[in-house]
Design a protein around this ligand. Structure first.
Ligand SMILES: Cc1cc2nc3c(=O)[nH]c(=O)nc-3n(C[C@H](O)[C@H](O)[C@H](O)COP(=O)(O)O)c2cc1C
Length: 339
């Protein structure tokens, strides 16, 4: 890992922390981990290599099944090798092709994470296969629905998170409310915090707020193993949290039928500047905008590309191997929690 960012909270700490000091929580005990960090199942970004690297470093790697692509899933489970990993799906999209769940379950995942939709239709199949059910939620109502469906782990995601979610709640207030709800109504259910956690401070804070661990996306998006084009990663290193926005413009241009209350947090660029707030004009100009978007993908055109990161991007200053990130984050949190 490169030296800490000048002036950063951890600037005085040693550069490499290659050995993980175990940090024990209910999550690490339940899943036999040494770090209470779970890789977010980032669609097409969290491939098998990244998931395996997180698992080998003591956390839990999750393959990003996202909208669902059978061949991609099979390939990325193969890339994870023998590592114990899980897999996540976008629930409303999985409901359109439910057999994809079998593809994942055939690989004996540790857990299946369901986000953005009703988990109930899938829970029994997942439990029967011996995997844990993780449900990402954004509100108390979401949490109650996931608990009554039989979730083993809730991920309380605040609006600072990268990718899709809702804008209504922040991690700092959502996590303790969800931890209290789970403790009162389903004490065996574990809670993970998600949104804005990028270093040991964030992990320690999540645990202090009552979570059993953290689900981390943006920080691991900027890891060597993430399936992200190098130019996009390097570009994001320059950004602060102020440079992100919650928007629907990329869903509109991709014609992804997201339910209305979800938006996606992405890096601001020329595309968001042009279309955010002008969505009906975007719909009218869709063919041209789609051409721009397709070309942006083909040519890594950062002005128009969909660069999905959360506010935590402002805490990311290097692209680092995932194992090093896990060890550093875990050791920093361990130190902060034991002083
Ligand atoms: C690039 C990217 C893609 C994501 N894709 C998904 C996804 O397919 N399914 C999902 O449940 N969450 C997805 N998320 C959200 C994460 O699960 C998680 O809630 C979020 O990354 C946590 O906040 P952070 O980015 O601040 O760490 C994505 C996040 C990012 C950054």
């Amino acid at each position: 890992m490169s030296p800490p960012h000048p002036g950063s909270f951890f600037a005085e700490e040693s550069r490499t922390m290659s050995v993980n000091t175990p940090l024990t929580t209910r999550l690490t005990t339940a899943l036999e981990l040494t770090s209470p960090v779970v890789l977010a199942p980032m669609d097409l970004v969290s491939g098998g290599r990244l998931a395996a690297a997180v698992t080998r470093a003591g956390g839990l790697g999750m393959i990003g099944g996202g909208y669902g692509d059978r061949d991609w899933l099979i390939r990325e489970f193969a890339n994870a090798g023998q590592a114990r990993v899980g897999c996540g799906f976008i629930t409303w999209s999985l409901a359109r092709q439910p057999r994809l769940l079998d593809v994942a379950l055939d690989h004996n995942p540790v857990a299946i994470m369901l986000s953005f939709g009703d988990p109930a239709p899938f829970v029994d199949r997942i439990h029967t296969a011996g995997a844990k059910v993780i449900c990402q939620i954004h509100s108390l109502d979401d949490a109650r629905r996931a608990l009554s469906a039989g979730a083993d782990i809730l991920v309380a995601q605040g609006g600072e998170a990268g990718g899709h979610g809702t804008a209504t709640r922040s991690t700092f207030t959502l996590v303790p409310e969800i931890a209290d709800l789970a403790a009162a109504t389903a004490p065996g259910t574990l809670v993970l915090a998600a949104g804005g956690i990028a270093d040991g401070r964030g992990l320690a804070a999540a645990l202090m707020l009552g979570a059993d661990g953290a689900l981390i996306g943006t920080r691991l998006w900027a890891s060597s193993e993430a399936l992200v084009p190098g130019p996009a990663q390097r570009h994001a290193l320059e950004a602060t949290g102020d440079d992100t926005i919650r928007t629907s413009v990329y869903d509109l241009v991709r014609e992804n039928p997201w339910p209305g209350h979800y938006t996606g947090r992405v890096l601001c660029n020329a595309f968001t500047a042009r279309w955010h707030g002008h969505e009906s004009r975007l719909v009218e100009a869709l063919p041209d905008a789609q051409t721009t978007y397709r070309q942006a993908h083909a040519h890594h055109d950062l002005d128009n590309l969909n660069i999905i990161v959360g506010e935590a991007v402002g805490q990311v200053h290097d692209v680092t191997p995932a194992a090093e990130l896990l060890h550093t984050i875990t050791n920093q949190a361990h130190r902060l929690l034991t002083v």
